[in-house]
Design a protein around this ligand. Structure first.
Ligand code: SAM
Length: 192
């Protein structure tokens, strides 16, 4: 990642320390409605990628998923843990840079669900088929080049139609592209 980015994100989360958490992304909530709520016996696992302070990780833990949250910002992860503990929820956190360009060093069992919101690192597209278990699900939602305003910078925005062709190992279950955002809800093909 670019020099100074981690510090920039840390400063953002320090400023958010006493603010109320933002609600989860609408497309994520709509997609989750289509997945069965996991039972304790199933022990279904979920990863919140670039989780920030965990608005999705916490929501998933509340719904019964065994959640891991990965992010480059230790401050974001500390805020996430604080919010989890105040709600009696468990979320495992891992601090790592997802933008090194190298394939992820990934030795654990893949996840039943991966959620990635407002984070675009195209070198990771090839890793999604490793992160998501066969028949597992991916929910991706972020800005497109049609967003209004200057943020995020264009290089962190999806091109029109990009998601539908970027992930050939996944079967699309739902997509949306409107008002400067795109979302993909997909199932990993069993033979991928
Ligand atoms: C716009 S926030 C989105 C956070 C969260 N997904 C959400 O929807 O609230 C982007 C997140 O990506 C994280 N991030 C940025 N660059 C990263 C990198 N190279 N590796 C891991 N996380 C990164 C930031 O720390 C920040 O938490």
């Amino acid at each position: 990642m670019a020099h100074g980015d981690r510090e920039r994100w840390n400063a953002k989360y320090e400023a958010a320390w006493n603010r109320a958490p933002e609600p989860p992304d609408e497309f994520v909530l709509r997609s989750l409605l289509r997945l069965a709520q996991p039972t304790e016996a199933q022990g279904a696992s979920a990863l919140d990628l670039a989780a920030g302070s965990g608005r999705h990780a916490l929501d998933l833990a509340r719904r019964g998923w065994l959640v891991e949250a990965w992010d480059v910002s230790p401050v974001a992860l500390e805020l996430l843990r604080k919010r989890a503990s105040s709600k009696g929820l468990l979320v495992a956190t891992r601090e790592l840079d997802l933008a090194t360009g190298a394939p992820l060093d990934f030795r654990r069992k893949p996840f039943d669900l991966v959620v990635a919101v407002d984070f675009l690192e195209r070198t990771l597209f090839a890793d999604f088929a490793k992160l998501v278990a066969p028949d597992g699900h991916l929910i991706f939602s972020t800005f497109t080049v049609d967003r209004t305003g200057e943020k995020p910078p264009l290089r962190y925005c999806l091109e029109r139609g990009e998601l539908s062709v970027a992930l050939p190992d996944f079967e699309t279950l739902a997509t949306v592209e409107q008002s400067g955002r795109a979302g993909l809800f997909a199932r990993r093909r069993t033979n991928a």
